[in-house]
Design a protein around this ligand. Structure first.
Ligand SMILES: [Zn+2]
Length: 452
């Protein structure tokens, strides 16, 4: 039987395994003895390792941080690195079905993790099974590594790297096809202001998401209500103004998006503060915010309007809070792959402070970049093209994957181009056909890496 029919033959098995893994709520929860990221991720790891054990792989559990199954012989190691933890999902967030009961409807699977990344893990498992079943000679060891903390810090992968073997070639099925040869660098920063007339402000939930809702409380008559309403209406911004005795509370609704693609969202904090400034609100912090950040998502106000041949720098503000009269919020900068964290910090150093506030750089992570001509990238792109007939160049993205945390590894699928699988959103989905196709591409990818 050829590879394609072998993969097709596992259609029901893919659904069964994915259903089992989705049914385990593996959101991070409180750490327990023997469960560093909580009960759910540990349970998902045990279930997945059981599957690999039944497939005849040697399995290792690294203290419930991360585990792997391995097949083949040889000095060199090919690693496939996926994750079993998921971001939170609640029925009331807009799910049409229970996120932790996988549902199949018209050939499409719904459930938290069917795409990110339990689907990718199952597709990788089955790809190894196909290679095993076909008795294809394997001159390198192939290891499927499954982490439990990708979404909330990747401490799992760090644990792996500290305790086990680095791969000679690897991919993570947690990005896009054809494959990702560059991941931008990240600078995390926050701002603080003590000089403000704002009574209260709060918005956003996470640093890596465009803020989708923000409110502010300010004194009545400190701005022109008419000008504010005109500003929001002219910019198609959803808002509400409610009087509260001597004060007024203004709430703005934006649109969430990932911090690496801020232009796809509408930042509620930035529109709220820019609108107030336009409406005549006098405030050192608002001036500071609007001059340094404002509506720009390209870092212009911080001297960071930078780009290279592959991509542009992006900037996002995810949240803002006020405690005891002090305003603080985060800044998430993603910079081009040919630049370094040091260069970025230097470029913005003159813009970090004035009387209205101060920006503090917390950390920088340098980019990841493999030449499109490198054997790893060429092999994976070729595998994708061979199976799909689709010729595409590898991608540079602003998001970060496991690839940054382990050697010789890049993201390779499992998302097909231009499909929105609602990753991290309600009603995350994946067609069964896509999963079968992923298996086929992963078989081809592993076979190419075996030839290197
Ligand atoms: Zn993921």
């Amino acid at each position: 039987m050829d590879v394609k029919s072998m993969c097709e033959g596992y259609r029901e098995e893919i659904i069964k395994r994915l259903g089992e893994l989705v049914s385990i709520n593996s959101e991070q929860s409180e750490a327990e003895a023997d469960a560093p990221f909580g009960k759910g991720p540990k349970e998902a790891l045990h279930a997945a390792l059981d599957m690999l054990e039944k497939d005849g792989l040697k399995t290792v559990n690294l203290d419930n941080y991360i585990g792997y199954g391995e097949m083949g012989e040889g000095d060199q190691l090919i690693a496939i690195v996926g994750h079993l933890d998921v971001v939170p999902a609640r029925r009331e967030d807009g799910w049409n079905t229970d996120p932790y009961t996988m549902v199949e409807k018209d050939g499409i699977l719904y459930g938290r993790g069917v795409s990110d990344d339990k689907g990718g893990v199952v597709a990788s498992m089955i790809a190894m099974k196909v290679i095993k079943d076909m008795n294809i000679p394997v001159n390198k060891r192939i290891r499927l590594i499954m982490g439990c903390n990708e979404e909330t810090g990747s401490a799992c992968l760090k644990y792996y790297v500290d305790h086990d073997e680095q791969p000679d070639y690897g991919f993570t099925p947690d990005g896009d096809f054809p494959c990702i040869n560059g991941e931008k660098g990240i600078m995390d920063a926050h701002y603080v202001s003590r000089k403000t007339n704002i009574i209260d402000i709060d918005g956003g939930t996470a640093g890596n998401i465009v803020c989708s809702s923000c409110y502010i409380v300010v004194e009545k008559c400190s701005f022109s209500k008419k000008k504010l309403e005109d500003y929001f209406n002219n910019n198609n911004i959803e808002f509400e103004v409610v009087d509260q005795d001597e004060a007024v509370k203004i709430t703005v609704q934006g649109v969430a998006a990932h911090a690496s693609t801020p232009t796809l969202g509408v930042n509620a904090i930035s529109y709220l503060l820019t609108g107030l400034k336009e409406a005549g609100f006098q405030d050192p912090f608002v001036d500071f915010y609007c001059s340094r950040i404002g509506l720009n998502t390209n870092g212009e106000g911080l001297g960071l309007n930078l780009k290279d041949e592959y991509s542009d720098l992006t900037l996002n503000c995810g949240y803002i809070h006020m405690n005891d009269g002090v305003i603080s919020g985060n800044i998430d900068v993603r910079f081009p792959v040919t630049m370094t964290g040091k260069q970025i910090v230097k470029a913005c150093s003159k813009y970090l402070e004035d009387e209205g506030g101060e920006i503090i750089v917390d950390s920088t992570h340098d980019p990841l970049y493999y030449s499109p001509d490198s054997p790893l990238i060429q092999s994976l792109c070729d595998a994708y093209t061979e199976v799909t007939g689709d010729e595409r160049d590898p991608l540079v993205i602003g998001g970060g994957t496991y690839a940054k945390g382990i050697n010789n590894t890049v993201a390779f699928g499992c998302a097909f181009p231009d499909v929105d699988y609602k990753i991290h959103n309600a009603n995350e989905w994946c067609p069964v056909d896509d999963l079968v196709k992923q298996v086929e591409i992963y078989v081809a990818g592993i076979l190419k890496l075996l030839e290197l």
